[in-house]
Design a protein around this ligand. Structure first.
Ligand SMILES: [Zn+2]
Length: 208
């Protein structure tokens, strides 16, 4: 704790020892709070960094080992399955697309909510999750013609992407569509990681 010089302010008693004590206490408090805030930023940053490495690994692994199943894919699957009945009110196509929409909407809504409450690190994590989700979706989309992936329920007639692309007469574009979804997913993950480092630098600048 460095020595805190006492600088008397006008209209204030200067000959009172209590003033000096109160001033020193205030300085000590503000210094402690700023240190806490700096430590907290580092903690949040490292937490976000771990998430970034995980989501980047999952997203890149979707290219090299599409058959791999990650823990986060279980979470994605829950929101996927929840999306089907929710969007079923909007017709047959939306009933099928609702699965994909459901798993994308949750991280998007959470990310937007974090952004509004100025929790920027958390918002970047949601963005990474959204990107990873897209890379996972791209694997399903790439299977639209072959229909080889094991599906929940085991019935190939319930293949979302085969049905969606057939209904829209886009089956012949399966490869281009799945690659585009994958590319967008990777770009979103990388952008979120870039945003994470940018936020870290901004916070570091502000704490200096
Ligand atoms: Zn589905």
């Amino acid at each position: 704790m460095p020595y805190v010089p006492y600088s008397p302010t006008p209209n204030k008693k200067t000959n009172d020892g209590q003033d000096f004590e109160a001033e020193s206490l205030r300085s000590l408090k503000s210094e402690t709070y700023s240190k806490l805030e700096t430590n907290h930023n580092y903690l949040a940053f490292f937490g976000t960094l771990i998430c970034a490495m995980y989501f980047l690994y999952c997203a890149l692994n979707a290219t090299s080992n599409p058959e791999d199943w990650h823990f986060i894919d279980n979470v994605n699957l829950i929101f996927h399955e929840a999306g089907h009945p929710i969007f079923s009110f909007f017709g047959d196509f939306m009933h099928i697309a609702g699965g994909t929409l459901g798993q994308l909407l949750i991280p998007a809504i959470c990310g937007f909510s974090f952004l509004r409450s100025r929790q920027y690190y958390s918002a970047t994590v949601m963005l990474m999750w959204l990107g990873q989700n897209l890379t996972s979706i791209s694997i399903y989309a790439s299977d639209a013609i072959k229909m080889e992936l094991p599906l929940l329920g085991g019935d190939a007639s319930g293949h979302d992407w085969h049905n969606m692309l057939e209904m829209t007469s886009l089956l012949s574009y399966t490869d281009a569509i799945s690659k585009s979804i994958h590319g967008i997913g990777i770009m979103i993950v990388l952008s979120a990681i870039g945003a994470m480092f940018y936020i870290f630098l901004l916070k570091k600048q502000n704490s200096n």
